[in-house]
Design a protein around this ligand. Structure first.
Ligand code: NAD
Length: 476
């Protein structure tokens, strides 16, 4: 539980923003213009369920419209409130600027526990919430494009897209009104995994940064690094799965709502995920030890801590006891401003949320572009690319025959080289490139300026500069 002397989530974001702008030389008034949230809509609507009308409260906040459309997820959680959506909308502005996704920042939320409703009821609620936002242009391919967040996924996005189409039957770009849709309803391959995949790429970029590794007191590669993950939902599951299956990390603890599983030898992420899908809880999972007070495991000895559930989990009450030398904020706002200060003083390196979980919005950007261009990535080029590669392979085979035993192609070169990139490969390569370029831009500031001691401040400096440049260019 977060102590009461902590600032709220939005205040925490403001404190971190203020720390960065103090190091900048912005024209008078621009700092305030960038910091404030432009508008927040509250909608209250009724849905007839189980024989009576139930009233729901939802929000859509627009932080900055320096670029349009604005972009940001829709969250379903009982914790949703105005302060939270405004904090999340602000983070979206900075995140989009940092990874050069051409959007302003927005966020939405519905105050509801989705586990209390069946699928049909959730569809009725989602469609009605979408109706309220669509008729106010708070969902629109040119103005405001939501995506999944905590408690929502591709199913909800498909309902929202369909609701928009019903209300805007002649809008040829209607399907671009929301991203994170299923692939059979205008989605893009690789979107569901994107945020977790981005966390993996972010860690790979960090592990190539010698100075950064030195600051964290880490060495070597990701192989055998001990990783603690909080939240095995969309983001946490994919991050943990890729890190363990592809980079050789050991997932030594998984913290969920109802406790934590831990095993120094490393947990099987896929098997835990399937257990949760079947039983709705980690309780009873047979192949590991369990701790009922799950949050205690945030303080476990490990190399990398990945909070991937919700905000404020590392706060004044536990920051001093966090042992991980490296925290990567897969969730938004998991470290409060107070905890951030304690951890910085301890020398803990934090890869900040606005960068760490930007994989989601990056691939959402690709999906939006795909929807507007009405064609799948790679469709025009793939065969042509394969034909050109075939020419090279034919020549190499000729050489092979000519040189006899003196030279031959490596066994799987032909298979790998001949295959042209499909949508998934293109999405992953675009995401990898985005995460690595954004890391370089932060690291340059982090290592290059004496007055910048942490990656978060560096990230804010890079992104605020970009937002400021955009306002200046507009002549505001
Ligand atoms: P999700 O609903 O799929 O998963 C959240 C997980 O956290 C669930 O497994 C839930 O049981 C667990 N959880 C909830 N409360 C917990 C607690 N107190 N302790 C431990 N575990 C708890 O949500 P998600 O989409 O994976 O989002 C997680 C975080 O990542 C959020 O902060 C969200 O804003 C951020 N994020 C998500 C995306 C995305 O594409 N989905 C993109 C960027 C950022």
């Amino acid at each position: 539980m977060q102590p009461s002397n902590e600032p709220s989530f939005r205040e925490s974001v403001d404190i971190m923003f203020n720390r960065a702008v103090a190091l900048m030389d912005l024209p008078p008034g621009l700092e305030e213009k960038i910091r404030v949230c432009n508008a927040t809509y509250t909608v209250r609507f009724g849905v007839r369920l189980r024989g009576k009308i139930q009233t729901f409260t939802g929000y859509r906040s627009v932080h900055s419209e320096h670029m349009e459309p604005v972009k940001g997820g829709i969250r379903y959680s009982l914790g949703v409130n105005q302060d939270e959506v405004e904090a999340l909308a602000a983070l979206m502005t900075y995140k989009c600027a940092l990874v050069e996704a051409p959007f302003g920042g927005s966020k939405g939320g519905l105050c509801i526990d989705p586990r209390d409703y069946d699928e049909h009821e959730l569809e009725l609620i989602t469609r009605r919430f979408a109706y309220e936002l669509i008729k106010r242009d708070m969902i629109n391919p040119a103005q405001n494009v939501p995506a999944p967040d905590m408690g929502t996924g591709e199913r909800e996005m498909a309902w929202i897209a369909d609701q928009y189409k019903r209300m805007n039957t002649t809008d040829i770009n209607g399907v671009a009104c929301v991203t994170g849709k299923p692939t059979n309803a205008g989605g893009i391959q690789g979107r569901t995994e994107a945020t977790g995949r981005g966390v993996q790429y972010a860690l790979q970029a960090f592990f190539k940064d010698e100075k950064g590794m030195e600051k964290a007191g880490l060495s070597g590669t990701l192989q055998d690094k001990r990783v603690v993950v909080q939240g095995l939902g969309n983001v946490g599951y994919h991050a943990a799965k890729f890190l363990s299956e592809e980079d050789g990390c050991k997932i030594t603890a998984i913290i969920e709502r109802d406790g934590a599983l831990f095993d120094d030898a490393g947990l099987d992420v896929e098997s835990v995920h399937q257990w949760i899908a079947k039983h709705g809880t980690i309780t009873g999972y047979p192949n590991s030890k369990m701790e009922a007070k799950g949050a205690k495991l945030l303080e476990a000895e490990c190399d990398i801590l990945i909070p991937a559930a919700l905000e404020g989990v590392i706060n004044l009450s536990n920051a001093a006891r966090i042992k991980a030398p490296l925290i990567i904020e897969a969730a938004n706002g998991p470290v409060t401003a107070g905890a951030d200060e304690i951890l910085r003083e301890k020398g803990t390196v934090i890869i900040p949320d606005m960068y760490a979980n930007a994989g989601g919005v990056t691939v959402s950007y690709f999906e939006w572009v795909k929807n507007l261009s009405h064609i799948r990535f790679g469709r025009m080029q793939r065969r042509q690319e394969e034909a050109r590669h075939q020419l090279v392979v034919d020549e190499l085979e000729r050489l092979d025959r000519y040189l006899g035993d003196a030279w031959s192609m490596s066994p799987d070169f032909k298979k790998k080289y001949l295959r042209g990139a499909g949508e998934l490969e293109l999405v992953r390569s675009g995401l990898d490139d985005t995460m690595s370029t954004a890391y370089q831009s932060m690291a340059e500031v982090w290592h290059g300026r004496d007055d910048v001691s942490d990656l978060r401040t560096a990230a804010y400096l890079v992104s605020i500069n970009k937002v400021a440049a955009s306002y200046k260019a507009k002549g505001l």
